[in-house]
Design a protein around this ligand. Structure first.
Ligand code: ATR
Length: 279
């Protein structure tokens, strides 16, 4: 690395299994950028100092993952999106100012644009399973793309209600027992829970009631084809998976750090998919 090399990193604890260096490394090579993307496994007692000295540590920006998302939000100047979602996953230095944004929602809709072109023109009614951090960014992005009603199904109803309070009446809190009925008019069904992830309980939903034109998406990417997506494919529905979202959410950070808006390619998807067990 010479003095003109720009470097970004992912800050987490643990972080050594992060897939981000591989996906950003692909773009660094593809666009011939004098850049690096590294893993920084930083324990909680050192993270504040690390983020406050990002530039002195050699970085122009970073992704932030568990368990450091809250502190990164507090130590930075979050943009409107990150403030609305209440979490940031991407940091960049704007002169001396450390700014933050949240790229998950845009990554999600970017993956839908790629997998189901024109989905937003057809979608006025969506069902989102889960009301955690990932759900907040996805629901915010869906409302931003003009989806009229987003039914948020969650075990803990209060979290779905809090989302309605924050984002307005386009959010419709619901229980799991409401799901069969809600599916009848859903043009989009999204799983944002950890159900279906390897080591987690399966997500068992009967998709029979969904319209034949519905799109089904799962943010889980290990395995790549969850039981939900397999059931959707068996019905002939359009699907998008969590790896597509992972790739698309990385676009904005790369652009902020390295000055090029990168394209998610089929070759990159296949390279990343090859590393996912069971794919
Ligand atoms: P993330 O940041 O990835 O969204 P999270 O904030 O921990 O993770 O949210 C996990 C989501 O999965 C929540 O909606 C959670 O439901 P609760 O809010 O009721 O906890 C949902 N979830 C996790 N395990 C679940 C289970 N066994 N059954 C139903 N929902 C589950």
């Amino acid at each position: 690395m010479n003095s003109s090399t720009r470097a970004a990193c992912v800050i987490g604890y643990p972080a050594k299994h992060s897939r981000s260096p591989k996906l950003h490394g692909y773009w660094i090579q593809r666009y011939g950028i004098d850049g690096e993307y590294r893993i920084e496994e930083v324990p909680p007692e050192r993270v504040e100092g690390f983020i406050n000295n990002l530039s002195a540590n050699g970085y122009v920006g970073a992704n932030v993952t568990m368990p450091h998302k809250d502190i990164a939000f507090r130590l930075s100047e979050p943009d409107e999106k990150a403030r609305a979602i209440g979490a940031a996953n991407t940091l960049w230095l704007d002169g001396d100012v450390l700014r933050a944004t949240n790229t998950d929602g845009d990554g999600f809709v970017g993956s839908l644009d790629a997998a189901a072109h024109g989905w937003d023109a057809r979608t006025d009614n969506a069902v989102v399973l889960g009301a955690g951090g990932a759900s907040r960014s996805i629901v915010y992005a869906l409302l931003g793309r003009g989806v009229g009603e987003v039914h948020v199904v969650n075990r803990t109803l209060a979290k779905a209600e809090a989302m309605r309070d924050a984002y307005g009446d386009g959010v419709k809190p619901a229980q799991w027992s409401d799901l069969p009925d809600l599916m009848k008019s859903a043009e989009l069904l999204v799983n944002t829970t950890s159900l279906g992830m390897h080591d987690q309980p399966e997500l068992d939903v009967d998709l029979t009631a969904l319209p034949g034109s519905a799109v089904v998406s799962d943010i889980v990417y290990v395995p790549l084809k969850t039981r939900l997506l397999a059931a959707a494919e068996a019905r002939g529905l359009t699907t998008s998976n969590g790896l597509q979202m992972l790739l698309h959410q990385a676009v904005r950070g790369f652009e902020l750090w390295f000055g090029v808006c990168p394209e998610v390619t089929k070759e990159q998807y296949e390279m990343m998919a090859a590393d996912i067990p069971g794919s």
